[in-house]
Design a protein around this ligand. Structure first.
Ligand SMILES: [Zn+2]
Length: 387
């Protein structure tokens, strides 16, 4: 497979040749001005937090491998070639079931196994306080329990690579130590922690913040508080939901300035209702509303969001319009920096790298991008290649 495109990182026109799963050649083209309309080529996205799609949640009690596959498949059309299916706070039984169905789906389909780079367990060892708890069902919030977690890890076939935990939860620090020792990445989130709890968690090996600035009280003490503390801690990479609803652009700008774009990761935190039309949905633990503007909220109010209705591509598009970020950094924040944090293969536009690429078309302005095609391990999984 061969095609011409402009590099996302320096806008230079190149001819890319793919052989098998890898990039075989990246040849610069003489820029005579005729290449302005070429698509942009960038590494494909890697999203750590996908809860479901099209009305299916990974945590639902009647999940089947077929349903898992139906959630996974549309993500190629959002430029995603690696992702972590995410299960949130739930009963032991439902978590066991969910992870088992994900494992079976991966065992059934090679493409699914390649797409599922790991799983994310967000909860159930979180703050029970309203606000930080977000949309996580209160009755299933509980103290950290390593033995209980082992059951889920086994059900997933060892796929859980990321756990979001509130460090002030009983047993959390010991849990963090054991998880890090087992090679699992720990992210802090849905927390009402005091600064000391956060420091202790980082000392124990936590390296990330889950959707920093969300999963928080509506009103908090001006300082100290858990948002400043995580912002100021250089040991924590910040996950940000840049869908335009979870965080105002001014907050994203400040967070990115403090952390540096290289220490921020974009996630869409897609709800199981992503891709569903506006309306009221009765979910097992919670009534959720999809609003006309695309927000997904806990029904009956407008302040607390229940994940997003946006895709990773939507989040990259929104973030790229913030001058401190731009398209190149937005792509890296949603792709290579995630791979880097998990010591997975970083995809750059170089010979020998895994051919997980996307082609984007610019819209009427520089930042209204549109996905033309997604290539995963050398195969076209969405759209078409313009030769
Ligand atoms: Zn969350």
């Amino acid at each position: 497979m061969e095609f011409n495109a402009r590099r996302y990182d320096n806008n230079e026109p190149v001819r890319i040749r793919i052989e098998g799963e890898r990039i075989a050649a990246v040849t610069p083209l003489q820029d005579d001005g005729s290449f302005a309309a070429l698509p942009i080529v960038a590494p494909a996205f890697y999203d750590l937090q996908i809860n479901g799609h099209g009305g299916i949640w990974f945590g639902q009690s009647d999940l089947t491998p077929e349903k898992v596959l139906s959630v996974l498949k549309p993500h190629f059309s959002f430029g995603v070639t690696r992702m972590f299916p995410t299960l949130i706070t739930n009963s032991n039984e439902n978590l066991l079931h969910g992870f088992e169905q994900i494992r079976k789906a991966c065992e059934q389909e090679k493409w699914a196994d390649q797409l599922v780079a790991g799983c994310h367990l967000e909860g159930p060892y979180l703050s029970g306080e309203d606000g930080p708890r977000g949309a996580h069902p209160k009755e299933h919030i509980r103290p950290a329990n390593w033995d209980e977690f082992q059951g889920w890890q086994e059900a997933s076939g060892g796929r859980i690579r990321l756990v979001t935990i509130a460090p002030e939860t009983e047993g959390a620090i010991e849990f963090i130590r054991r998880a890090v020792e087992a090679g699992i990445t720990i992210s802090l989130g849905h927390t009402a922690a005091e600064p000391d709890d956060i420091k202790r968690a980082v000392d124990a090996g936590a390296t990330m913040s889950t959707h920093l600035g969300n999963g928080a009280h509506g009103t908090i003490r001006r300082h100290p508080n858990y948002i400043w503390e995580q912002l100021a801690n250089d040991g924590l990479t910040a996950g940000l939901i840049t869908d335009g609803h979870h965080l105002p652009a001014s907050v994203v700008k400040c967070m990115v300035r403090v952390k540096g774009t290289e220490n921020c990761i974009i996630t869409c935190d897609a709800s199981g209702l992503a891709g569903c039309p506006p309306g009221l949905y009765h979910e097992p633990d919670l009534d959720v509303e999809v609003l006309e503007d695309g927000r997904v909220v806990v029904a009956g109010q407008r302040q607390y969001l229940a994940g997003s209705g946006a895709s990773t591509l939507d989040c990259v598009r929104w973030a790229s319009q913030i001058p401190e970020i731009g398209l190149k950094s937005a792509c890296d924040m949603a792709g290579n920096q995630v791979a880097h944090h998990f010591s997975d293969e970083e995809i750059t536009l170089e010979v020998g790298k895994r051919a997980d690429l996307i082609c984007l078309a610019r819209g009427e302005t520089d930042v209204t991008i549109r996905l033309i095609s997604t290539i995963a391990q050398g195969e076209i999984c969405y759209g078409e290649i313009i030769h």
